[in-house]
Write a protein of this length. Structure first.
Length: 632
C-alpha cells in the first residue's frame, strides 16, 4: 500500500498510459459480469461527471445569449456528445443511438473517440491507449450493433472475453479502488472536457462578452475548435492549441446587404454585422422569408424592405430559382434563422418539402402590394391573423408590425435592443481661432447599453397638455430641462441619457446621419434651414422608425454637459463604457437632435451642444424613455 500511496503524488499528471491502465483496472473493480455495481466507485464517479455536465448545460441555458440560443449552437451538440460518451458505461443502447444521431455532423470526432474505447469482449489484451467498457458488443441488440459497426466500432468483436489483469503493484483491495475512482475518472473527463480551453484576451475586457459569442469545444487531447463572432456572423476556427491566448480586436465593418445567388438575391437586415432594429419578446429574431418573384422586381423589393424594416425577417431570399438556393441559405444561417420560415409564393407555384427546425408558414398571392399594406399593423401578430389565407405547416409563425401606442398617454414607444455602438465622431470643423468646433465629440469610443424604449416622436403639445391653436402635433416647446424631466418621471419614464439618444438616433449606422453621408438626402428626413418647428412624424424615419431625429426641435437629455466627457471616459487606455450617465446637479445640460435652423453639420447623429437647464425656448423639446429590467 505504501507503494500505491507514493504514486498518488502526481495526481492527474500521470502519463496517459498510466491513467488508461488505472481506469481499466477501476472498471474491473466496479463491475460484475459486465454490469457496473450500484454504489461502486465507478458508479459514483460517473454520477459525479454526468452531474457536472448537466449542471453546466443548465447554467448555459439560463444565461444563453439572445443572439444565439444555447440549443442552436455547435457547442450544445458537443455537450450532448460528451454526455453520451459517459452514458456508454451504464446505458450503452441509449448512448449509441445518441451518438449515431450526432454523427451526421460530428461523425469524424465520434469515430476518433470510439477508437480509444474497447468493449468487454474484445479479443486480446487492450493497448495502453484504449479504455475498456463494461459491456459486450455481442449482448447488444441488433440495431445497436449495426449502429456501432457504422460508427467503426465493434465490427470485429469476438464473443470470447479476455479480462485484463489488474496491475500487481496496486493489488485488488476494494479500498484502493475507491481511492482511485475519482482520480481515474478525471482522466476520462480530460478526454472529454475542455480543461485547457483557449483564453479570450479582448482589447475591451469584460463588456465585450455582452455582444460577442465565444464558445470552445475539445476536439483532441491538446486541440479545440473555437466559434467566435456575433449572431449575425460566426467564424469557426479549427485545431486551436489548448491554453492558447486568443487576442480579439473590436472593429465595425460594413458588409454587402444584397448577395446574388444564381437567379435569386439574398437580402440581409441592415448593413452592419449587428444591425439595431426594434425588438420585443415576441419578435421572431431569427426569421427567413422567401419571396418567389423576379430578381429585382420593385413590388417584391418593397415587400422585402418592409419585412426587414419591421423585424419580421432577418434574411429575405427573393427569386425564381429559390428552391435551388434555399437549402444553402438555411445551412449558411443555421445559427441565426431557426425560429421561422415564411414562404410567399404565387398561387400556381409548387411548394417543395422543406426540412426546417422552426415554424413554417406559406402565403399564396400575386398581390404583393396588398401584403405590404397588410403589414401596417401594431405589435406582433400570428401570420394567419394578418393574412387569413395563409397555410401553417408547423409551429406558429409571427409577423412584426408598427410599435404599439401607450393608450393612456398617446405616446408611441419603440423598443431598442441592448447592444454596443461607437459613440462620437472624427468630424472636424475649425472656427476663426483654429479650434475644432466638434472637439467635444472625441474620441470615438464603444458604449454598451441595456434594452430600453424611446418615444417614436418628440413629445407633442397635445401629449404635454399645452394649449395649441393647431392639432397638437407640434413638439412641446418652452419647457425647461427640469419640466421635461418631471413630465417623464411622473409617468414612470425618464429623459434619455446622451448615450441612449445617440444609440437610438444612429439606428445601427456609423455614418454622419442615420441615412448615410449624402447631405442631399437630408430634406427627406429632417426639417432643415427653417426658423420654425413643424408637426412631428411628417418626414422619413431613421432605421429604428424614429422621426425627426435630425431636425425639428432640439431635445433635452439627462446628462450634464462636459466638453471632456468622452476623453475622461477613455483616459489613457481603451475602455468599454456600460450605461454611462452623468447624474449630478449642474448648470449646463446636453441638448441633442438639432433645430431646424441648424446647418447640416449641426444635425448629425453625434452633434452635441448645451444650454442652461432653466432656459426655455419654443424650439426646445424632448423625448422620454422607458427602461426595462432585461439586460443586453
Amino acid at each position: 500500500m505504501s507503494r500505491v500511496a507514493d504514486g498518488f503524488g502526481g495526481g492527474v499528471d500521470w502519463s496517459p498510459e498510466q491513467r488508461t491502465e488505472l481506469l481499466n483496472w477501476l472498471t474491473l473493480c466496479s463491475c460484475h459480469e459486465g454490469h457496473i455495481e450500484p454504489g461502486s466507485p465507478l458508479d459514483r464517479a460517473l454520477d459525479y461527471w454526468l452531474a457536472r455536465y448537466r449542471d453546466e448545460a443548465a447554467v448555459r441555458q439560463v444565461h444563453e445569449s439572445a443572439l444565439l440560443p444555447w440549443s442552436q449552437t455547435p457547442v450544445a451538440q458537443r455537450h450532448h456528445m460528451e454526455i453520451a460518451f459517459l452514458e456508454l458505461w451504464r446505458q450503452p443502447d441509449r448512448a449509441v443511438k445518441t451518438l449515431y444521431r450526432l454523427s451526421l455532423t460530428l461523425g469524424d470526432d465520434i469515430r476518433e473517440r470510439l477508437s480509444r474505447l474497447m468493449a468487454w469482449d474484445r479479443r486480446g489484451a487492450p493497448s495502453s491507449t484504449q479504455v475498456m467498457l463494461p459491456w459486450k458488443v455481442a449482448n447488444r441488440p441488433a440495431y445497436v450493433r449495426w449502429m456501432l459497426a457504422r460508427l467503426g466500432f465493434g465490427s470485429d468483436e469476438a464473443d470470447a472475453a479476455q479480462l485484463l489483469k489488474p496491475p500487481a503493484v496496486l493489488g485488488l483491495a476494494w479500498g484502493v479502488c475507491g481511492g482511485l475512482a475519482l482520480a481515474s475518472l478525471i482522466w476520462l473527463a480530460s478526454l472529454l472536457m475542455a480543461s485547457g480551453e483557449p483564453v479570450l484576451v479582448p482589447e475591451v475586457p469584460e463588456a465585450v462578452r455582452q455582444v460577442v459569442i465565444w464558445e470552445t469545444y475539445r476536439t483532441g487531447l491538446n486541440t479545440y475548435d473555437l466559434v467566435l463572432g456575433t449572431a449575425k456572423g460566426l467564424q469557426l476556427y479549427r485545431s486551436v492549441p489548448a491554453r492558447s491566448r486568443i487576442r480579439v480586436r473590436w472593429q465595425w465593418t460594413v458588409h454587402v446587404n444584397i448577395q446574388v445567388l444564381g437567379e435569386s438575391e439574398r437580402w440581409h437586415a441592415g448593413t452592419l454585422p449587428q444591425p439595431i432594429r426594434p425588438c420585443d419578446p415576441a419578435w421572431p429574431m431569427r426569421s427567413l422569408v422567401v419571396i418567389e418573384a423576379e430578381r429585382g422586381a420593385s413590388e417584391a423589393g418593397q415587400l422585402a424592405m418592409r419585412l426587414l424594416d419591421r423585424g419580421s425577417a432577418d434574411v429575405v431570399l427573393m427569386g425564381r430559382d429559390w428552391q435551388q438556393q434555399l437549402s444553402q441559405v438555411i445551412q449558411d444561417g443555421v445559427r441565426t434563422e431557426r425560429d421561422q420560415l415564411v414562404m410567399i409564393l404565387p398561387p400556381e407555384s409548387v411548394q417543395p418539402p422543406v426540412r426546417f427546425a422552426g415554424a413554417i408558414g406559406v402565403i399564396r398571392t400575386d398581390d404583393l402590394p396588398a401584403l405590404v399594406e397588410a403589414l401596417e399593423f401594431e405589435g406582433v401578430e400570428p401570420l394567419e391573423t394578418i393574412w387569413p389565407g395563409a397555410t401553417i405547416i408547423q409551429g406558429a409563425p409571427l409577423l412584426h408590425g408598427l410599435p404599439r401606442q401607450d393608450e393612456e398617454s398617446g405616446v408611441t414607444f419603440v423598443e431598442v435592443c441592448g447592444g454596443t455602438f461607437t459613440m462620437g465622431s472624427d468630424d472636424v470643423r475649425k472656427n476663426e481661432d483654429g479650434k475644432d468646433v466638434f472637439r467635444d465629440e472625441k474620441p470615438k469610443h464603444p458604449v454598451t447599453l441595456s434594452i430600453f424604449e424611446i418615444s417614436q416622436t418628440e413629445i407633442t403639445r397635445a401629449q404635454y397638455g399645452q394649449a395649441a391653436n393647431d392639432d397638437g402635433t407640434l413638439p412641446a416647446g418652452n419647457v425647461t430641462w427640469h419640466q421635461a424631466k418631471a413630465f417623464c418621471e411622473q409617468r414612470g419614464w425618464a429623459l434619455p441619457t446622451e448615450a441612449e439618444w445617440e444609440y437610438a438616433a444612429r439606428g445601427g449606422t456609423t455614418s454622419k446621419w442615420s441615412f448615410g453621408d449624402d447631405e442631399e438626402r437630408l430634406d427627406d428626413y429632417a426639417w432643415s434651414r427653417r426658423l420654425d418647428i413643424n408637426p412631428v412624424g411628417k418626414k422619413l424615419p431613421n432605421p429604428l422608425g424614429l422621426f425627426d431625429i435630425h431636425g425639428n426641435a432640439v431635445e433635452w437629455v439627462e446628462d450634464c454637459y462636459d466638453a471632456e466627457t468622452y476623453a475622461k471616459r477613455t483616459g489613457e487606455g481603451f475602455t468599454f463604457v456600460v450605461n454611462p450617465q452623468i447624474d449630478k446637479p449642474c448648470h449646463y445640460r446636453v441638448l441633442r437632435g438639432g433645430w431646424s435652423d441648424f446647418d447640416p453639420e449641426g444635425l448629425r447623429s453625434a452633434f452635441r451642444f448645451r444650454d442652461e437647464s432653466e432656459v426655455r425656448y419654443e424650439v426646445v423639446g424632448f423625448r422620454c424613455v422607458r427602461r426595462l429590467r432585461r439586460q443586453p
